[in-house]
Design a binder for this molecule. Structure first.
Ligand code: AMP
Length: 213
């Protein structure tokens, strides 16, 4: 099963992916996580990516596409995967179409703009295990102890690109470059919409439904 999860930043793509990976015995591939890992390890990709990520801009296609193509050739992708955060524009989608990979479904998570800002401002992560939390009272998942990772018990941190000024730039780029993917995949007959505003279990159920029907 090869899936694309797409939608605005803060739609909960990564969180929902985490909840259904085991069911399908597939893995999640987040290009954002891959870039953050490269930045942490100060690789060449990391140095390039940081410049763009800090400004809320997209990392250039040649870097992103090569990194993603190399990643999906790994053995752990044989059973399938969820692409979370890729493709982010039409050229990336075309590059994927021109590779050997056949995508089964594209799940489009929709959320109102005011909810995106609210969710992103509450998002926190663990530096050690990368688990993502939401500290808003209505967020998911809330850490069990305030501002601590449930697993590592260390302080959570806020991503530098989740501050209001950068969020606005990321949303503009999303609307201009990423949203046209809905029409692109609709034409291919692969697009399924999920309303990502509401109770987590309902969103998970709707996602499974969208994948299977
Ligand atoms: P994310 O974790 O998906 O929100 O991604 C964080 C940042 O990484 C984005 O704002 C971009 O700067 C960069 N990024 C992630 N995925 C891509 C992609 N497919 N193409 C270009 N830039 C990306």
């Amino acid at each position: 099963m090869k899936l694309i999860f797409f939608g605005p930043p803060g739609a909960g793509k990564g969180t929902i992916a985490q909840q259904i990976l085991n069911k399908y015995k597939i893995i999640q591939i987040s290009t954002g996580d891959m870039f953050r890992e490269n930045i942490k390890n100060q690789t060449e990709i990391g140095v390039t990516a940081k410049e763009y990520i800090d400004k809320g801009e997209l990392v250039p296609d040649e870097v992103t596409i090569t990194m993603l193509k190399n990643r999906i050739e790994n053995d752990d992708c044989k059973n399938g995967f969820i692409l979370d955060g890729f493709p982010r524009n039409i050229p990336q989608a075309q590059a994927l179409d021109n590779s050997d990979v056949e995508i089964d479904r594209v799940i489009y998570f929709t959320v109102p703009a005011d909810l995106i800002i609210h969710r992103l401002s509450g998002r926190r992560s663990c530096k050690q295990c990368n688990k993502v939390y939401n500290i808003n009272p209505d967020g998911f998942p809330n850490p069990k102890v305030e501002n601590k990772c449930d697993v590592c018990n260390i302080d959570l941190f806020q991503r530098a690109d989740d501050i209001p000024a950068t969020i606005k730039d990321r949303l503009d780029i999303y609307r201009e470059q990423t949203e046209p993917l809905a029409e692109y995949y609709e034409k291919q007959g692969k697009l399924k919409k999920v309303n990502a505003d509401g109770e987590i279990q309902r969103i998970i159920d709707d996602t499974i439904n969208a994948i299977e029907n």
